[in-house]
Design a protein around this ligand. Structure first.
Ligand code: ATP
Ligand code: MG
Ligand code: MG
Ligand code: MG
Length: 439
């Protein structure tokens, strides 16, 4: 992408309304724009990151055997009357009437709808286990939307729903998602700790929140410091091996880790003092096992191998991709701007022509741009008329992981500069060697 033809509305001033760094940087880097309280447009640069995040989530859901579908944002109130949650959900639910005066709502979550779908088609244990997910906009009329897309009213959620014949099967399904989540967040360069959590309005009795430690986090959390050194499960983890997955789960839950709602002071104090961490955290994912809470009122039953009818055992598994974008910035930035982990960087490489109008630098930039693009890299080529200083500032603000600085002086010696955003290190390199160096 040539910057002169892109839409990247950079703000040079620090927006006053933004209280936390991720919100400030997302506004300054032209990623999002607030359209009304807690409702954001994703501008092209932000949209690219959001898509990358969603694709990692999707790959790991698929790897764990979950199947993607897409359910609507607007739901019928009748569905929620069947579970009894229409009245319980309260003011966070945006209630709407259609022209025929029917009660509708903008979905805050999809347990009811997915149970209705599965009830309609799944009649035998032979169709199980089943895990269906979608990545769809949700609306929750938060009392206090704030921090940009961290706590917005409209937000993106990946929500998966598992269906099993019995509690043991449901446990295996839960562990699949537990392991998939550890992998998903690790691929985004995040250190995430699974913590024993409250189930809230979703219900059930087994639940973990996936938390990133950050001083701006809204949750108060308590955990063992060794979590920060644990390595995530490898890509070839066998999701069909129930015992193997249980072992991973056991290892990741052996140490103390809980949110304030589930905090046990005595257990926490049993951790050796130097390893005790009381911190703030950001909830980026949340998984639940709730048995027959929805399948029972919906009559979602299948015939088992014994010929008898069994009520399905369910779990649900949420990740907030839009919140994750903010959380990643909270976890990885410096004074100059965002530092994207390579896996989610909206462009992997920037090319900066340090002297606009110079035919030699222009030719060198054009050739590099063509070569890297052909090799499959996402490249942002700053071909604008801006001064070199402004181009450096933009590239660092928007966090391009690799930056190729093309100026007349070094080019005369057959070299360009390759800069690594994460540590600011620079090396002189022949343009012809760049591709090899990036690998
Ligand atoms: P919170 O405690 O932050 O209000 P929640 O517990 O209500 O979140 P869940 O119902 O567990 O949220 O939803 C699953 C995931 O959706 C959360 O882990 C989070 O990543 C994301 N999420 C929930 N509410 C919001 C929001 N208002 N804005 C952005 N993401 C959200
Ligand atoms: Mg909430
Ligand atoms: Mg929560
Ligand atoms: Mg939650």
């Amino acid at each position: 992408m040539r910057l002169s033809r892109y839409f990247l509305p950079i703000l040079r001033e620090v927006p006053k309304e933004a209280e936390i760094v991720s919100h400030r940087l997302m506004l300054r880097a032209g990623m999002i724009r607030q359209e009304s309280a807690g409702i954001y447009a994703w501008l092209p640069f932000g949209h690219r990151v959001l898509n990358k995040v969603c694709n990692i989530i999707r790959e790991e859901q698929n790897r764990a055997g979950a199947i993607e579908l897409l359910m609507p944002t607007i739901q019928s109130a009748d569905l929620w009357r069947e579970s009894g949650r229409y009245d319980d959900y309260g003011k966070e639910m945006l209630r709407i009437k259609d022209r025929h005066d029917r009660d509708m709502l903008f979905g805050p979550t999809n347990e009811e709808m997915i149970t209705e779908i599965v009830r309609a088609y799944v009649k035998s244990y032979k169709s199980l286990p089943l895990n269906l997910y979608h990545i769809q906009w949700k609306f929750r009329d938060e009392v206090r939307p704030r921090f940009g897309v961290y706590r917005s009213r409209e937000f993106l959620m990946k929500d998966a729903y598992s269906f099993d014949l019995d509690a043991a099967g449901a446990r295996h399904s839960y562990n699949k998602m537990f392991v998939a989540y550890l992998r998903t967040f690790a691929r985004m360069g995040l250190r995430v700790i699974p913590m024993v959590a409250d189930t809230g309005p979703i219900g059930g009795n087994l639940s973990h929140e996936f938390i990133i430690l950050a001083s701006t986090g809204e949750s108060e959390v308590f955990c063992h410091g060794d979590y920060l050194e644990m390595a995530p499960p490898p890509p070839d983890v066998n999701f069909d091996d129930a015992a193997g997955l249980q072992a991973v789960f056991d290892r990741w839950t052996a140490l103390y880790a809980a949110t304030s709602e589930k905090h046990d002071e005595a257990a926490f104090n049993a951790i050796p003092e130097g390893r005790r961490m009381a911190a703030r955290g950001i909830e980026v994912g949340h998984i639940f096992y709730f048995g027959t809470k929805y399948s029972e009122p919906f009559g979602a039953r299948v015939q088992g191998p014994d010929g008898a009818e069994h009520t399905l055992h369910m779990g649900s598994y949420g990740i907030g991709p839009s919140r994750l974008v903010a959380a990643m910035i909270e976890a990885s930035h410096d004074e100059a701007g965002i530092i994207w982990p390579d896996a989610v960087a909206p462009f992997q490489v920037g090319i900066l022509n340090l002297k606009a109008g110079d035919s030699a630098t222009e030719a060198a930039c054009g050739a590099l741009y063509a070569e890297l693009t052909a090799a499959g890299y996402d490249v942002l080529y700053d071909d604008t008329e801006e001064r070199a200083g402004a181009k450096f500032a933009t590239a660092d603000l928007i966090g391009l992981p690799w930056q190729i600085l093309v100026g007349p002086k070094s080019l005369a010696e057959g070299k360009v500069e390759l800069k690594r955003r994460v540590d600011g290190s620079r090396e002189l390199i022949a343009p012809g060697d760049i591709l090899e160096r990036l690998k």
